[in-house]
Design a protein around this ligand. Structure first.
Ligand SMILES: *Cc1c(COP(=O)(O)O)cnc(C)c1O
Length: 439
């Protein structure tokens, strides 16, 4: 939908249109702001469909068989996303009963769902069993025992993967690094705990172990930590075979491919990364005398991040000479807590004057009663003034899904864009919504 003569900003779905106004997925952002108000989450639904299709095509070609992506819904979880995943024939990851409920309400076929979580309660397990979730990703001894009992009560033999930690540190920010030995997720291979749990899973009558899962981290631009993880995992699969005779047929390598948030991030070639990872897995499988497993990957961020944009309206512009310029917008940490949590860097554009040079370094602040309520620091934008629209790019992942009502600020609506048309998929929260559970 993008006119090829338009100037692109960071990603090809972000362009400069008429009168210098920013366009997203071929649609004028000023018109969208006028129709839906701000703050506003915009989602390029066609971009999501393309990314899922890319993973599906490339994984099938590179790894073969039933190898496929499993969309990690925690990145962006609304009913409309599950309708897209259902339509694309994709599989999904669910990490909580709330995500499970959302997928179910959207009519997503739950036999294509994987149920994660390092602390599933008996109620969570029962809900997932009764909803027909296809595969559990089991995390602990307690869970295996509880699942075996609850599946047995229902006369079910539940398919599972066992989550293990390969001990790989992908050298990213510690808070998004989960595959190391010291982790609340999974069981370490290095300590022997993973093998012990495998033996237990193989003994339990109402559990059908089919393979192993690992997830090493997020926002990773390098294939080598994934190849290292695959190497450790295939050796582990071989040692399980040697000890027990069980040959795992499924290897889930988790999510984590990086996304371009700013000009200084590389443009990542997902297809090339998948092919090079497949070469590594094939080599490791053959070195260990194993058949090529069905390989699953769990992309979240790389499916939805650059499909998203947040629009705000500028309120105050406060220059503190010798220090900085604060540009306050009508949203902030309640709709995007990632700067406050991780110091995540974003590209910010004056959407009203996207044709002007980004001449000013500003701090984008929200309107919470909290000095840490910032969306960006040192962002270069064309000098904004009250009433201008400010766009924060690449907010499709971990923004809406992490949003809160801090300071009793209602969550913004979500509008999907497809083929140049806009569709409201989550309405703006009202003040009545904010007090709906208050007695
Ligand atoms: C968060 C997570 C993902 C998704 O990671 P991305 O970096 O968003 O691709 C996948 N699998 C598991 C187990 C996760 O915890």
């Amino acid at each position: 939908m993008t006119n090829s003569s338009e100037k692109i900003i960071l990603h090809d779905n972000v362009t400069v249109g008429d009168a210098g106004r920013l366009r997203f997925a071929g649609v004028d952002t000023a018109a969208l702001a006028k129709k839906y108000g701000t703050p506003l989450y915009l989602v390029d639904a066609d971009r999501i469909r393309c990314r899922i299709a890319l993973y599906q095509t490339e994984m099938k070609a590179a790894f073969g068989g039933q190898s496929r992506p499993v969309y990690a819904g925690k990145a962006f979880c609304v009913k409309a996303i599950y309708r897209i995943m259902a339509e694309c024939g994709a599989s999904v990851d669910l990490v909580s009963p709330g995500e499970l409920f959302t997928a179910k309400e959207a009519g997503f076929p739950l036999e294509r769902a994987f149920f994660h979580g390092n602390n599933k309660t008996d109620a969570d397990i029962a809900l997932a069993l009764d909803s027909g979730v296809g595969c559990f990703v089991c995390d602990s001894r307690e869970e295996l025992i509880a699942l075996d009992r609850l599946a047995g009560e229902r006369g079910i033999r539940q398919t599972i993967l066992l989550r293990v930690t390969p001990g790989i540190d992908p050298h990213t920010f510690a808070a998004v690094t989960t595959g190391k030995v010291d982790s609340k997720f999974g069981s370490p291979i290095a300590t022997g705990a993973a093998l012990d749990l495998t033996k237990l899973a193989l003994q339990l009558p109402h559990i059908e172990l089919v393979g192993f899962h690992c997830h090493i981290g997020s926002q990773i631009f390098d294939v080598s930590p994934f190849a290292d993880a695959a190497d450790v995992m295939l050796r582990f699969i071989a040692s399980v075979r040697d000890e027990t005779g069980f040959v795992a047929s499924v290897l889930n390598l988790g999510g984590g491919f990086g996304v371009r948030y700013t000009e200084s991030d590389p443009a990542f070639d997902y297809a090339a990364a998948i092919r090079s990872l497949a070469d590594a897995v094939r080599r490791d499988a053959s070195a260990n005398g194993l058949p090529m497993p069905t390989v699953l990957m769990e992309p979240g961020r790389s499916i939805v991040a650059d499909a998203g944009m947040t629009l705000y309206t500028v309120g105050t512009v406060k220059e503190i000479p010798g220090f900085r310029t604060y540009v306050s917008v009508d949203g902030g940490m309640p709709d995007n807590p990632r700067y406050a949590l991780y110091r995540s860097v974003y590209t910010v554009v004056n959407a009203t004057h996207a044709d002007r040079a980004p001449d000013r370094a500003v701090t984008v602040a929200g309107r919470c009663c909290e000095s840490g309520d910032l969306v960006a620091e040192g962002a270069r934008v064309a000098t904004p003034e009250r009433g201008d629209l400010l766009a924060v790019l690449v907010t499709g992942a971990y923004n809406y899904s992490m949003a809160s009502n801090y300071n009793r600020i209602p969550r913004p609506p979500v509008v999907f864009l497809s083929n140049g048309k806009d569709e409201l998929v989550v309405r703006r929260e009202s003040y009545e919504d904010l007090v709906r559970n208050d007695l």
